[in-house]
Design a protein around this ligand. Structure first.
Ligand code: GDP
Ligand code: GDP
Length: 446
């Protein structure tokens, strides 16, 4: 058992298929399976993984609510497993319906304050699946059908399982400390990390100072993780934000070409550690080739982008304004639905709109969509426009967030145009805005 992993305990009366399910989940024949009550008596724990989420699975063996010595012992072990567990899979047998023993288990589980997922096993075919609604009567929530033996719907069950496990934080969750090593209390809020990137002289430092210099905001220098990198925590009216040090922004002295180059390299590295990037463009110069390359690099890091057209105060000609707007649409098309803001860092005009847009973009990045909604949207999209040559998505789910990543189970390879159509459907339905979304494909027989 790996310390710190969430654990999933499989419970239920004997012979419902707990060991079979355990094996199915851990993907190997690790527990002893036998068609006789109470054979797998020992608690067994193995590590499992689904879509990158790791957890321990505990097979609890038989659970007999009444009777002699042995049964008491088994049930103590089960109690222990359940007490330690993050989630309990309560397994029932869809081929037999509810028994008295199932009811006793249900009563016992309802008393224990743990999240329970009711699993209707041996749902080997559709008919059994439709009958499983009987199990609602147990008062343990909606039964999830599965056939542990044949693997039918095992993926769906695992989706349900990981959706109920606590999200493992990928970002360093240490307490923030200031430059004196004193902890900074943000009342539990976890500030998003923001990188400001752009070519030299587009106005990054001016913007940074503007954001940091706003009235009523509290500014802390954070203890740097790398030598001479100093991140800045700003407590704003819209919540705390960490501006990742993108070199030169703060103490800009004279910068020669090579220093400029290294500050760019470092800025891009900062993007990889950020939740969002602000791409600053000098509106008086339009979108240059260098802006495009920078944007491509930021986009490739999977980081959502907000495009800032700075120095807007210098554009007084309507034609010039229209021109830069269309340049963004043409030359930065790949950043898709990223918000584009017109600002003047120098005068502060438009800068107040930035923080709310940032917060929203960050939320989209962390968003999770329930599996049934993903499938509903894809089914509708496919009905409207079926895939070419019988290609179709049979099932899909959001396997990860940060950025939102969808796994699509397909019968054959989908052509790129159709992939873009499906991606667009998901985007429109769930409003991912600036967040880049990723699609992964798995082939599966029909
Ligand atoms: P446990 O006592 O709850 O651990 O149950 P086991 O995993 O030992 O399974 C009991 C019996 O049910 C075995 O014969 C399994 O092969 C069978 N079984 C388990 N899962 C399924 C299933 O999904 N469908 C069918 N038809 N039989 C299953
Ligand atoms: P950086 O190299 O991207 O950090 O750019 P700076 O913040 O140093 O700005 C470069 C020059 O552009 C400075 O002279 C700024 O005063 C000027 N500048 C920055 N933002 C604006 C703006 O919104 N409007 C105008 N007119 N000038 C700006």
């Amino acid at each position: 058992m790996t310390a710190g992993l969430p654990s999933v305990a499989i419970v239920g009366r004997p012979n419902v298929g707990k060991s079979t399910l355990f094996n199915r989940i851990v993907g190997e024949q690790a527990a002893i399976v036998e068609d006789r009550p109470g054979v797998t008596r020992d608690r067994k724990t193995l590590e499992a993984e689904w879509l990158g989420v790791r957890f321990d699975v505990i097979d609890t063996g038989g659970w007999l609510p009444t009777g002699g010595e042995l049964e008491n012992k088994v049930s103590r072990q089960v109690e222990a497993a359940v007490r330690e567990a993050t989630l309990v899979l309560f397994v029932v047998d869809a081929s037999t319906g509810i028994t008295d023993e199932d009811e006793s288990v249900a009563v016992w589980l309802r008393r224990i304050d743990k999240p329970v997922l009711l699993v209707a096993n041996k749902a080997d075919n559709l008919r059994r699946e439709t009958e499983m609604w009987e199990f609602l009567r147990l008062g343990c929530g909606d039964p999830v059908p599965v056939s542990a033996l044949h693997g039918r719907r095992a993926g769906d069950l695992l989706d349900e399982v990981i959706a109920r496990l606590p999200q493992v934080e990928t970002v360093d969750d240490d307490v923030l400390t200031d430059e004196f090593g004193e902890p900074i209390d943000l009342g539990g809020a976890k500030p998003p990390r923001v990188a400001i990137v752009g070519r030299p002289n587009v106005g990054k430092s001016t913007l940074f100072n503007r954001l940091v210099g706003e009235d009523r905001s509290v500014v802390h220098d954070l203890a740097g993780t790398t030598r001479d990198a100093i991140d800045t925590l700003v407590e704003t009216e819209d919540g705390p934000v960490v501006f990742v040090d993108t070199a030169g922004m703060r103490r800009k002295s004279r910068i020669d070409d090579s220093a400029e180059y290294y500050s760019m390299v470092r800025a891009l590295r900062a993007v990889d550690e950020s939740d969002i990037a602000l791409l600053v463009i000098d509106a008086t110069e339009g979108v240059t080739g260098q802006d495009q390359r920078l944007a491509e690099r930021v986009d490739a890091s999977g980081c959502p982008v907000v495009v800032l057209l700075n120095k807007w105060d210098l554009l007084d000609d309507a034609e010039q304004r229209a021109d830069i707007t269309s340049q963004v649409a043409d030359k930065l098309a790949f950043v898709g639905d990223s918000p584009v803001l017109k600002i003047s860092a120098r005068s502060g005009k438009g800068v107040h709109k930035l923080l709310p847009v940032l917060q929203e973009a960050i939320e989209q990045y962390h968003k999770r969509v329930p599996t049934r909604d993903v499938n509903r949207v894809l089914a509708a999209a496919q009905q409207k426009q079926p895939g070419p040559h019988g290609a179709k998505v049979m099932y899909a789910l959001q396997g990860a967030n940060d950025p939102p990543t969808f796994t699509l189970f397909v019968n054959k390879e989908l052509p790129p145009a159709y992939v873009r159509y499906l991606e667009r459907s998901l985007r429109d339905a769930f409003g991912f805005g600036a967040a880049p979304i990723k699609l992964r494909f798995r082939r599966r027989a029909e």
